[in-house]
Design a protein around this ligand. Structure first.
Ligand SMILES: [Zn+2]
Length: 464
């Protein structure tokens, strides 16, 4: 039997729904909304076509031809970002790398970085890698060669890991797409007129395809110089919405982050999902509880190695036959999809850069989480150190078996709360700092911390 909804029920639903929407709208900062909306599909398209025009951006390609190779590409990126605003401090981040592995001769490598100074030196990165690679058969052949196979079957033809260096390697999606996000956001942020609390860094890495070289060298230097990096949003292969298997998905993006489940990178991933969804509700962030795809690596892992929170944005449906191949051209790009991914980056980076730093929840001595059972011995007592700029705090919790925060409550300008009768062993708790305009920091979880600067043991696979 068909059930007919009564007029009253329908109205309640309708008003209930619009009431919720209105409440959420008022949470949003109109300056961030404007910034997100100013991400331009046309600009992204123009950047990609320019990057493609260099023929190859192999790390080992020509450094001195005016319009072909890595030298011409990096100079164009430098000049382009420099042209956006006098507020942007654009520089080459230069290293000499000796012959090793996929680096077949001594070479000078340069990341291109644009810094938008904030009130605080703590940094938030938006990045991609501008170097490109093409090899026989592309990533499709590489995947096939790496797959487990019947030992009696004939071996597949070997994949040349270092095809001739001036080969055409358009690299429009891998990783012109991520590079275009970093470049376009340098424009949008520097021209927004917003004074951010955090310092933003728009970073175009080099040498990703030779083992995350540029990112590793930069992350190592940042760790040595004790530079505080709160977040790295790395974009690598984010411009195509048509899977090689025919499945099309232009409405979602994957975000990979290393564990354990309350690692700084996982908190960053949750932040991207929470704030990306608010400012770009037409796009869905799919969190992936693993460092990256099978057998593939990206520059975010280089930052993780040096203890920095970093996540990897990856399109939802990849076309492997175009990757690392002469077919990685502009024809394989969906500019509208790329723009949506850029907007999620913009919303996340702007929200984070306007928010106070996360509260400190670990004791100064011993570094243990400041959580206890006081006053009854069966309550949750949470303490933290105040964050500069915070006027309130939001407490988050979830059952100890589950990936996403399930509940949250806003508390005032305090540095301690009691949640009566909540057994601390059964929940994961966290706290975020909130400023007067409602900008929220990353959530600081009450867990035994991963010490920053401690290199993790796992070695990420070389670039891809
Ligand atoms: Zn890549």
């Amino acid at each position: 039997m068909k059930k007919v909804m009564s007029g009253v029920a329908f109205l309640t639903l309708l008003f209930g729904f619009s009431g919720t929407l209105a409440a959420q709208q008022s949470d949003l900062d109109p300056r961030i909304l404007k910034l997100v909306q100013s991400v331009s599909e046309d600009r992204l398209t123009a950047i990609l076509k320019k990057l493609e025009s260099f023929g190859t951006r192999s790390t080992l390609s020509s450094q001195d031809k005016p319009d072909r190779g890595i030298g011409a590409a990096r100079q164009w990126i430098f000049d382009e970002m420099k042209s956006y605003s006098p507020k942007l401090q654009v520089s080459f981040d230069t290293y000499m790398v000796a012959k090793q592995g996929r680096i077949t001769r001594d070479v000078e490598v340069r990341n291109v970085m644009a810094v938008l100074p904030g009130k605080s030196p703590r940094r938030i990165y938006v990045s991609g890698h501008y170097d490109s690679l093409a090899r026989a058969g592309g990533q499709g052949a590489a995947n096939a060669a790496a797959a487990p196979r019947d030992p009696d079957a004939p071996a597949p033809s070997p994949v040349d890991p270092n095809a001739p260096l001036d080969n055409v390697a358009p690299g429009v999606n891998d990783d012109g797409s991520g590079t275009s996000v970093a470049i376009e956001l340098a424009r949008v942020f520097s021209q927004s007129g917003i004074d951010f609390d955090a310092t933003l860094v728009f970073m175009c890495h080099v040498g990703e395809e030779q083992g995350l070289l540029g990112a590793k060298l930069h992350a190592e230097k940042a760790a040595t110089e004790k530079i505080r990096i709160d977040a790295v949003l790395n974009n690598d292969i984010v411009g195509n919405d048509k899977g090689g298997n025919g499945i099309i998905d232009g409405a979602t993006i994957r975000v990979y982050s290393e564990g354990p489940e309350d690692s700084p990178s996982r908190e960053l991933a949750r932040f991207v999902q929470r704030w990306g969804a608010r400012y770009v509700p037409s796009h869905t962030v799919r969190l992936m509880a693993r460092p990256d795809r099978f057998g593939r690596g990206g520059d975010h892992s280089a930052y993780n190695q040096f203890g920095f929170p970093a996540v990897g944005f990856r399109e939802s449906r990849e076309n492997f036959t175009r990757q690392h191949d002469v077919r990685d051209t502009f024809e394989g790009i969906s500019p509208a999809y790329l723009a949506q991914n850029a907007r999620v980056n913009a919303a996340s980076a702007a929200s984070l850069a306007l928010a106070p730093p996360a509260p400190v929840v670990n004791s100064e001595r011993g570094g243990q989480p400041m959580i206890g059972r006081q006053p009854s011995g069966y309550d949750a007592n949470l303490r933290w150190t105040a964050s500069p700029g915070a006027v309130a705090y939001r407490i988050f919790w979830r059952e100890a078996w589950g990936p996403d925060w399930q509940h949250d409550v806003l508390v005032g300008n305090v540095t301690q709360v009691n949640l009566p009768g909540m057994q601390i062993d059964d929940f994961v708790f966290g706290v975020a700092a909130v400023d007067a305009e409602g900008h929220e920091s990353l959530v600081a979880p009450y867990v035994t911390p991963v010490r920053p600067g401690t290199p993790v043991k796992t070695v990420p696979p070389p670039g891809g």
